[in-house]
Design a protein around this ligand. Structure first.
Ligand SMILES: [Zn+2]
Ligand SMILES: [Zn+2]
Length: 142
C-alpha cells in the first residue's frame, strides 16, 4: 500500500496530506488518548515526519503537550484533532479518522492494560508499548 491521502480537521480549515505507507497501524487504549479524544480508543497510523504535510491552514494548527512523548495537534478554530507528534520515536500519529481514504488495517493494540473497550479481534494485545518504543513488549490476553 502506498499513495497519498488527504484529510482535514473537523471544520475543514486545516488540510493535511500523508504520503507513502504508514509504518504501523493499530489501536491505543491508554487513558491519555481517551481523555484527550473523548473516545474509548485511539485508532492510530504512524508515519515518519517527512511523510506528513499540512497543505493549508497551518496558522490554525495548535499544539498541546502534557508530556514530551506526545505533542497533540488540533485546529484552534474547531478543536478538531489532527495528529500527535512523538518526537522521541521520530514518528507522527495521524489519527485514522483524520485520513478517511486510507484503508485502516490495524495490526496491534497498545496499552491494552488500560482498556475500557475490550476488542476480541484476534490481533496481538500489548500490555503497554513494544520494546522498541520503550515499553515492556509484554502481551496480554484479550
Ligand atoms: Zn478546524
Ligand atoms: Zn494512547
Amino acid at each position: 500500500m502506498s499513495g497519498s491521502y488527504q484529510g482535514t480537521c473537523f471544520c475543514g480549515a486545516v488540510g493535511i496530506e500523508v504520503s507513502g505507507a504508514p509504518d504501523a497501524m493499530g489501536y491505543c487504549h491508554c487513558r491519555s488518548c481517551r481523555s484527550w479524544s473523548g473516545g474509548p480508543v485511539n485508532a492510530f497510523t504512524l508515519w515518519p515526519p517527512e511523510a506528513v504535510k499540512v497543505t493549508k491552514g497551518a496558522e490554525h494548527v495548535a499544539t498541546y503537550h502534557k508530556t514530551d512523548m506526545s505533542h497533540r495537534q488540533f485546529c484552534r478554530l474547531c478543536g478538531g484533532h489532527l495528529m500527535a507528534v512523538h518526537p522521541s520515536l521520530k514518528m507522527i500519529d495521524v489519527f485514522a479518522a483524520t485520513v478517511p481514504n486510507l484503508a485502516f488495517a490495524p495490526q496491534v493494540h497498545v496499552n491494552y492494560a488500560e482498556t475500557v473497550l475490550p476488542m476480541r479481534d484476534g490481533l496481538p494485545k500489548l500490555k503497554d508499548f513494544p520494546a522498541e518504543f520503550g515499553g515492556s513488549g509484554e502481551l496480554v490476553a484479550e
